[in-house]
Design a binder for this molecule. Structure first.
Ligand code: ZN
Length: 136
């Protein structure tokens, strides 16, 4: 069902400042910045050795879910993302076990993916993202 940990999401106020920090101090290589207007987000990935990346997520406006998250909890760890084989099948399996994706998911994510989120209340306080790569 789960193929592995794909990335760790980190909520940041200022994407450029955070990118400079992680790149300059730790020497990580960053992807292109992606703007997801519909989600109100800007995203960049920093690749770590071993295949996992850090996903820096910054709000485009104060109405963004990330702006609300930062206002409430401050910058920091936001979510874990697991790569899965078949996101539709996972959705059905979750429902059979009394769990579900957040409303409105699955939908298209960044980097040619289909994503869904699981509510942190159901998962030990952790916001879990699941992702299926469209190009295999
Ligand atoms: Zn993510």
């Amino acid at each position: 069902m789960i193929k592995g940990l794909d990335h760790i999401g980190v909520a940041v106020k200022d994407l450029d400042a955070s990118l400079r920090l992680w790149q300059d101090i730790l020497g990580l290589e960053a992807s292109e910045v992606e703007t997801l207007e519909e989600e109100g987000l800007k995203i960049a990935h920093l690749q770590l050795p071993g295949g996992v990346s850090l996903e820096l997520v910054a709000p485009l406006s104060s109405r963004s879910v990330i702006a609300k998250f930062i206002a409430k909890k401050g910058e920091g760890l936001h979510h874990l993302c697991f790569e899965v084989e078949d996101i539709q099948r996972l959705g059905k399996e979750l429902e059979q076990k009394g769990k579900s994706f957040l409303p409105g998911y699955p939908r298209h994510g960044s980097r040619q993916t289909i994503i869904a989120f699981l509510h942190p209340q159901a998962w030990s306080g952790v916001l879990v993202e699941v992702m299926e790569k469209k190009e295999k």
